[in-house]
Design a binder for this molecule. Structure first.
Ligand code: MN
Length: 201
């Protein structure tokens, strides 16, 4: 079965002023859509058509680069849309807050480390909050459209929060100011969705 572009659960302008409407339209409607189309073309007629995107990522070393780039692009963006929401942001509470405090000392310390992971990722890539094999939270980053589910990842785990730091994620509104985009991103994180992913991981 072919992969499909997931619909956004909010309007394209719902994340304004933090993430602008035109960026959302192009990012979701053009970039993510292209990853889906190219992934489907890359796996057409192969056994990968029967697998979930998570299964493909977990054994990505077996596949050609087109599957790695576009499969990663599809998984990463699907996660990205789902962990953002209007009228969210702020400070997490409950289980996820406890886990963040245990792993990083405080929410402020977590924010600093997560932003540093995004800022120091040279060129295009992603910053991640993951649940590791030890069930603890950790921060890492990946290049291009790689992600921590992939068997080739330097740091492996289950992603529960991801921040796209490709220029296409912020250039229209923030130009070269990646740090401004990253602090704006914190205003639209849907911590309920992150908590749900944390509980399943
Ligand atoms: Mn992107």
């Amino acid at each position: 079965m072919a992969f499909t572009l997931p619909a956004l659960s909010y309007a394209v302008d719902a994340l304004e002023p933090h993430i602008d409407k035109m960026t959302m339209e192009i990012h979701h409607g053009k970039h993510h859509a292209a990853y889906v189309t190219n992934l489907n073309n890359a796996i057409a007629g192969t056994d990968a058509e029967k697998l979930s995107i998570e299964e493909i990522c977990k054994s990505i070393s077996k596949y050609p680069m087109a599957v790695r780039n576009n499969g990663g692009g599809h998984y990463n963006h699907s996660l990205f849309w789902s962990i953002m929401s209007p009228n969210k942001g702020g400070v997490p509470t409950g289980k996820i807050a406890d886990a963040i405090n245990a792993a990083f000392g405080s929410f402020e310390e977590f924010k600093t480390k997560f932003a540093a992971a995004g800022a120091t990722r040279f060129g295009s890539g992603w910053a991640w909050l993951i649940v590791g094999a030890d069930k603890k939270l950790a921060i890492c980053s990946t290049p291009n459209q790689d992600n921590p589910l992939m068997d080739i990842a330097e740091v492996k785990g289950t992603p529960i929060l991801g921040m796209d730091v490709w220029e296409h994620a912020y250039y229209l509104k923030y130009q070269n100011r990646r740090p401004d985009y990253m602090s704006a991103f914190f205003n639209v994180i849907n911590w309920d969705a992150v908590t749900e992913r944390y509980e399943k991981a």
